[in-house]
Design a protein around this ligand. Structure first.
Ligand SMILES: [Zn+2]
Length: 319
């Protein structure tokens, strides 16, 4: 992975390239923006570019340094990745020890703290001290999709770079040109993922289009009682089904309100959708969307999934 492989973040990457050229990259950076749009990929590509042995502004991706960073085995590039867990002070103390040493073999030490909003208060304070006087030849990149949860003092010590989702039409084109997907599939992935390439790529290899249509057919389009054979057992399945239904009813609502078909997530079923939307009033659609949102709330509080589906169907078919 190098800068050239990252889609839709041209402005941020152009800026980073200027900083590389001017050797201005030191201290703290905060890469923020929604999940799955390339923040971490950019951080990784930056770490490679700064340490690449084939001197250039972008990483070559082939030299021993690039390869080691790609495998997360480079002694000067450190990853603090803990998914949803707290980032405790001992990790920041370790970071401090590592940062105070000169690079072993690279040009610059890089620390990438993913989900930086999970830093505990102690860890935040320890990190703040490092950011106030960052060691030489050391770059600390905080990555977060919830920057509002970070200590303000931390944010104020970082250079903030905001990342945005790709335009959905551009993502659709990328799927057609780079991944060879047909128009309907490319449209669905781009619009359902709201322009988040990472999220769309996760769905790409699954039969996401057929899966979503199955959910719509069984839950939104057939009368109550006939969705029993849907394979929704786990919480994650139900969460996805609720998202699919929310997108379907959102489409119906917006189509009714006069939005063009090309803006529909369910573009592949635009004709059906238009007839479907006509059979509901705005008030009914509002009510159904509220029910979907309530269901998502109860799902997270572990309400029985069968019960949720039963209630959902009853509500959709109320009229
Ligand atoms: Zn290289």
């Amino acid at each position: 992975m190098s800068f050239s492989a990252i889609k839709g973040q041209d402005k941020q990457i152009a800026m980073l390239k200027v900083y590389i050229e001017q050797s201005r990259l030191e201290g703290g950076y905060l890469f923020c923006g929604p999940q799955g749009i390339g923040k971490k990929m950019t951080a990784l590509s930056l770490a490679k570019a700064l340490n690449c042995q084939d001197a250039g502004i972008d990483a070559c991706g082939k030299c021993p340094s690039c390869l080691k960073i790609g495998k997360k085995q480079h002694p000067d590039v450190h990853f603090l990745e803990f998914d949803g867990d707290e980032i405790k002070i001992e990790y920041i103390r370790q970071l401090q020890r590592d940062a105070s040493l000169r690079p072993y073999e690279g040009a610059k030490k890089v620390f990438i703290i993913d989900n930086a909003h999970n830093l505990t208060a102690d860890a935040s304070n320890a990190l703040l001290k490092i950011l106030e006087e960052p060691p030489k030849s050391c770059l600390i990149i905080l990555v977060s999709d919830k920057p509002g949860l970070l200590f303000r003092t931390i944010v104020s010590r970082c250079k903030v770079m905001k990342f945005s989702p790709l335009a959905r039409s551009a993502l659709k084109e990328t799927f057609q040109s780079d991944y060879g997907l047909d128009c309907n599939r490319a449209h669905y992935l781009a619009y359902f993922s709201e322009g988040r390439l990472g999220r769309a790529l996760c769905l790409k290899d699954e039969d996401a289009l057929n899966e979503k249509n199955k959910i719509i057919d069984k839950l939104a389009l057939s009368p109550a009682g006939r969705g029993a054979d849907l394979a929704i057992k786990e919480k994650a399945d139900m969460r996805r089904a609720l998202n699919i239904l929310a997108a379907w009813f959102r489409d119906a609502y917006l189509l009714k309100a006069g939005l063009p078909e090309t803006e529909m997530i369910n573009f592949d079923r635009r004709q059906e959708l238009s007839i479907y939307a006509g059979s509901f009033t705005f008030t009914e659609l509002d009510r159904i969307m509220q029910v979907l949102s309530d269901s998502a709330f109860y799902l997270e509080r572990n309400l029985n999934i069968k019960l949720l589906i039963h209630n959902l169907r009853a509500q959709i078919w109320k009229g």
